[in-house]
Design a binder for this molecule. Structure first.
Ligand code: TYM
Length: 353
């Protein structure tokens, strides 16, 4: 039976990114990813996913997963993502993610997955007891991106290695099935694009407020290590005031921040929140007391984050509205994903109707 090639125009520029609904969203998630999601939507077609299937790789509470899924959706909207123009949905509603992930499990090599530093960090010492899902996590992430043949992915720096793996998987798939792709008239030799990581912006790696050598993270035991997007003004003020610094005053030039990770992190946060260059911030605050600078950072952080936190609280109070966004987004995501999955099944040689 001859089949019509389904899509002959590969690689429409398209942004895809995702955030896990695990624990509280923090300033690192906001500056490294979510704030940039909103910025990119003026120039690109965007798909933003709440990756709930990634969130079950380390054990979870089902009710908490629902709450966190709503919260991440609310954060996207509160940060300015337009859910009518772009697509916002939760991963588990579109079955192609799991289906393509399985195929990628069979494309990726054990050696590649074994090198993933995030798996090593998350599995810790007791690797025997980690879920198989945690090990297969990067293949699901590659499936998220390539199911939409996304060409660019905005993320924080910690996701760089996963995006390199995504490119390796795309390349191996294109190579292994090149003949079949050609025979089916899916003409390009590059069925899947080599997705570009967009690791940019002033704060691709926000560090812990307690230790400037560790990244700010949801899983840090100390809540003082991070500013959560739902923290109120008092909590933000306390956390910034208690943020670790060193005994020296702030330098007047960026050079002087070398070897001072905590000071550097606070200046980076100020720059990212204000849209100013580090140099101009140091000209203003260099030589002065940390307390003066910290107070200005508190004012800035409260002014930038409090409206987002307030809006998130308002949105999550209406779960039916959030669900409606996710249902509508999933319908539109499926409309893109299903033709791709049909082609992929055909490439694989799976019999389908
Ligand atoms: P997740 O949920 O851990 O983090 C969401 C986003 O926030 C960024 N981020 C940071 N950026 C700067 N400084 C920090 N301290 C910081 N901490 C987190 C992350 O880099 C990320 O962009 N595997 C992904 C989720 C995912 C995904 C995808 C992303 C699943 N599928 C497909 C892009 C495309 C993750 O765990 O992110």
């Amino acid at each position: 039976m001859t089949r019509q090639p389904i899509s002959l125009k590969p690689h429409t520029p398209r942004i895809f990114s995702g955030v896990q609904p695990t624990g509280n969203l923090h300033l690192g998630n906001y500056l490294g990813a979510i704030k940039r999601f909103a910025e990119l939507q003026t120039s690109h077609e965007c798909i933003y996913c709440v990756v709930d299937m990634h969130a079950i790789t380390q054990g979870h509470d089902p009710l908490e997963l629902r709450r966190a899924t709503h919260e991440v959706t609310a954060a996207y909207i509160a940060a300015g993502v337009d859910v009518k123009k772009h697509i916002v949905f939760n991963q588990s509603q579109v079955s192609g993610h799991a289906e393509l992930a399985w195929i990628f499990n069979c494309v990726a090599r054990m050696g590649w997955a074994n090198r993933m530093t995030q798996f090593k960090e998350k599995a810790g010492k007791d690797r025997e007891n980690a879920s198989v899902g945690l090990f297969a996590y990067p293949m699901l992430m590659a499936a998220d991106i390539l199911l939409y043949r996304a060409t660019a992915v905005p993320v924080g720096e910690d996701q760089k290695q996963h995006l390199e793996l995504t490119r390796d998987i795309a390349q191996k798939f294109n190579f292994d099935f090149a003949e079949r792709i050609k025979a089916l008239g899916l003409n390009s030799g590059d069925y899947f694009p080599l997705t570009e990581p967009l690791i940019a912006g002033p704060a691709p790696r926000v560090m812990s407020l307690r230790d400037g050598t560790k990244k700010m993270s949801k899983s840090d035991a100390s809540d003082y290590s991070r500013i959560n997007l739902t923290d109120d003004a008092d909590a933000i003020a306390q956390k910034v005031r208690k943020a670790k610094t060193d005994p020296e005053p702030l330098p007047s030039e960026a050079e002087g921040l070398k070897g001072r990770p905590e000071a550097e992190n606070l200046v980076t946060l100020f720059a990212a929140l204000s849209g100013r260059e580090a140099a101009s911030i140091l000209t203003e605050f260099g030589g002065g007391q940390f307390s003066t600078f910290k107070q200005a950072l508190v004012d800035l952080a409260v002014a930038s984050l409090a409206p987002i936190g307030d809006e998130m609280r308002r949105l999550v109070a209406d779960p039916a509205m959030i669900d409606a966004v996710l249902f509508d987004g999933a319908d539109r995501a499926r409309a893109i994903a299903e033709p791709v999955m049909r082609e992929v099944r055909e490439i694989m040689g799976f019999v389908q109707r």
